[in-house]
Design a protein around this ligand. Sequence first.
Ligand code: MOS
Length: 786
Amino acid sequence: MSDVLPDVLPNGDVASKDPSSDADHRVVGTSPAHHDFVEKVKGTLLYASDWKLPGMLYGKVVRSQIASGHIVDIDTSVAAAIPGVVTILTAEDVPNNQIIEHASGGLGELSVAQPVLAADRVRYAGEPIALIAASEPEIAEQAADLVEVTYDELPGVYDVETAIADGAPLIHEEGNVLVNWNIERGDVNNAMADADVVVDGEYRSQHVEHAYLEPEAGVAWMENDVVTMRVSTQVIEHATQIAAVLGLPENKVRVIASYMGGGFGGKEDMTVEPHIGLLTWRTGKPVRMVWSRQESMLASTKRHPFLMRYRTGVMRDGTIVAQETEILGDAGAYPYLSARVLFAGAALAAGPYRVPNVRCTSRAVFTNNVPASAFRGFGAMQVVFGYESQMDRIARRLGLTREEIRDRNYYVKGDTIPSGESITTAIEVAQTRDLALRHLGALAPPTSPHKRVGRGFGCSMQPYGRTIWFRDHASAWLTLQTDGSLLIRSGVTDLGAGQAASLCQIAAEVLGVPLDRISVYIGDTALTPPAGGTFATRQLYMSGNALLRAAHDLRETLTPVVQELLDRPESEFRWADGRVSAGESSVTLADVAKQCHEHGVNTSNLYTWRARSGQFDPVQGQGGTFPDYTFGTHAAEVEVDLKTGIVEVRKYVASHDVGRQINPVRVEGQIQGGAMQGLGYALMEDCPLDEGQPLSTLFANYLIPSSMDMPDIEVVVVESGEGCGPLNARGIGEPPIGPPAATIASAIEDAIGVRPTELPITPERILRLLDGGETTIRIPQTGEEQ
Ligand code: MOS
């Protein structure tokens, strides 16, 4: 094991500059169809809910019917009497009935515990109250309906502004504001007073469902006295929390992650884990739990609705001199990861623009709505709609084009961001914008007299990697087998974005082992070295760097052995096609491995890679935030029907600087998927709640875009070669979901002359904007404002 990087690197260091980054790559930068690609196409991959064990029971959660109240009584007697019902558990059966989330590392947040099963108080519709295990899923379902819960209803709070008002009912006795972040630099008040023009804007976003194909699911069983589970999760490290709930030592819980049919942040918190853990531990039997779609939509975490207020001071030439942003995020009833989501919102509130005097405050506010937590983009995406809307508004106010206002204010390498850090990697945001606009091609005329065509774009800046005060690290373990094949072991979980497969490509590149001779084992707390969860666009950055270094170190260990076999200088070695060659001579990796075994040389290597780390001072509002950022721009052409309010997205281009592409097809897939998910957020997705009760819990009335709704997403990749990931890659998992809402709003404004400020931009909202008298419809000229 080697650990050559210092623990704490100065801000702005590119911690991962790789010596081989300029080499000619053979495997990195190609898109081989291997590993999970193949199993998914064949339909043979086993997801969490495909797992069956002998004697397996079926678990079901009894959930609160009301959003706010006291539990007076839970009567399980009728349900328990049904033949086939094996156990019913309530709060008193849970050894340690609380989960305490320190999402911000404890910085400035209330300490609020969440019960695993509600005991005396319920705080949202869908909150778990009891657990059932039965011999058949239908019996568990029937029993759940027959558990009689008597409530004493309490007044609830369903919006953030009510929740922060004086005298609001308390959701938790600790208070209604979970955390209040402030990031501040310069002298905002004076700079604002000196500005030529001050522009205000208020923007609102909605609750959104992750809507993965695969709902929450897992199977647990007892094995050698260990509570073992195979779960659809982004984070196997929750094993420690599950152990705490069960009152067991951590070595008595093992979590195995199956390949996921989507995560998007919705499987970053625990879902079924504590429940199947409890049921298995109490019954001694295997237990499977799969949430129905309705249950998933009712009770799974959502994206935080943001209320964003912007005030920007600009000079007449367009230079921004001051900006104040206030964000309120609806956290719902429990903390989950709201503290960190709202931190990202505050840190990214100014986007990719230089603001010398800046104050960003953000609050995570409790309500009696369904809890909100991680969702692709994680607070840094909601604000894109805010800062890009604001930029377009300023442009209009000053009579500048949308490009001009941005060109005056884009960050350049070395600039200081609101947290006081400087960015020392490439900032190619202007290039992505020029490319995205160019790829839209010629403007097409409207298809009917009652339609209007418009174009717009949106730029974004999205962090990748955990907030740096978490001192993040990831390990990867490689073994060259005696026949020259290779094993990779990593605690990474795979959401379907190629987290496992990209590790194979990096190892193949460095060691020359063909891809079909590499096996990768992931996501098992008992058998794979910890890699941290798959979230925060961190896994290529973290595990990719760990694997790259593990492979380099292994190659270094093998080199003297190769030298002995080949009798040539190391500088001539070429590691490819399962061989090491030097000039005319070569040796197979199998021969190298055999020679190692004869000499007692270890052919395994475990490497722990550490991310840049630092401190953030929540009082001063200054310090370290994220390791690095991914920049990009999306551009769209829309056609708006003035009679129906329907917006058709006719063309869409998405461009991001990904540093370096490890696998271009997977990069394209991430960008297309993110853009599509972002377009759903922009135009149709919403979870309306009526006093905390969800009004849409099926795909019949929760609309996500289908292939019929959307155009092809054209992807234009920029490779600056300056990321902090392996071979200077940047993360691309979350970034592409940021720009779509701003892009579409900008295009709609171009088409109808009025700017939507509330999401989603439904036909009803378009018609209201058109009726609002805020605009005179005009037909935009080709190239206008472009
Ligand atoms: Mo994420 S939203 O950090 O899975």
